[in-house]
Design a protein around this ligand. Structure first.
Ligand SMILES: [Fe+2]
Ligand SMILES: [Fe+2]
Length: 248
């Protein structure tokens, strides 16, 4: 989904140097660097197949989920405070994030027919590219216009701190906004990191996979139940709410 037109567009992050964006600590530089990494991975995704494509996909997940979680808990609240139309702009990006979460849950499902998998992959690539353009071309330049370099650097440090300790997997039911997502971050990160560890050990230690797969499934179920806790869903807008009792 593209953001609506709100007058003349400020300069995209894509057209600015790192010095113009506030230097290496600025949240704008950190965002742009990760978007460039994502672009490379999306190209790799189209060039690979089979188990190699699966590995590229996991690299994309490990990049985008902590990145987006930190945006939703640190950056978008700041945008809502200082950017005109910040409420609507952040909501539309949150809807893109929500769709990414839902697409990945479906891609991770068992026995996916090849044509359905390809359809979901194509949609995932489209939504991720739209999300980057909406952030770099519209929302973040407006944040840049509203804040000074020192504030952008402070926001960059805060965003990075949350990104490094954020969940690494899709959580479509948890709130896309504080306070729910902020409360959910620590427990979901612990569960995600344990699942990541199971996968790494299963991959590296011959014969370990049969013992670790059930453990990973138990952790996945625990994360699914945790997501539904009312405290983790507080602050959610109906447009991005999913699960029992939520607006579709
Ligand atoms: Fe981003
Ligand atoms: Fe994003």
């Amino acid at each position: 989904m593209s953001l609506p037109d709100h007058g003349p567009a400020p300069r995209s992050l894509a057209d600015q140097t790192e010095a113009e964006l506030g230097g290496p600590l600025s949240v704008l530089v950190r965002q742009k660097r990760e978007h460039v990494r994502l672009d490379r991975l999306l190209h790799r995704l189209g060039e690979t197949s089979g188990s190699e494509q699966d590995r590229v996909l996991v690299s994309i997940y490990r990049l985008v989920f902590p990145h987006a979680f930190a945006e939703e808990s640190v950056l978008w609240p700041a945008v809502r405070k200082v950017v005109p139309d910040g409420e609507q702009l952040t909501l539309e990006v949150e809807e893109e994030h929500q769709e990414v979460n839902e697409l990945v849950v479906r891609l991770d499902g068992d026995d996916l027919p090849a044509d359905e998998r390809q359809r979901l992959l194509d949609r995932l690539v489209t939504v991720l590219r739209e999300d980057v353009r909406d952030e770099e071309d519209r929302m973040l330049p407006q944040l840049q216009a509203a804040l000074g370099p020192a504030q952008l650097r402070r926001l960059g440090v805060a965003w990075e701190a949350v990104r490094r300790t954020a969940p690494t997997r899709p959580h479509p039911v948890v709130a896309r906004r504080p306070p729910g997502n902020a409360v959910a971050a620590a427990p979901l990160t612990v569960l995600d990191n344990l699942r990541d560890l199971c996968e790494v050990v299963a991959h590296r230690v011959p014969g370990a996979a049969p013992a670790l797969r059930p453990a990973s499934r138990v952790l996945a179920r625990a994360a699914g139940r945790a997501e539904r806790l009312p405290a983790f869903r507080r602050g959610e807008r109906s447009e991005t709410a999913r699960g029992p009792g939520a607006a579709a």
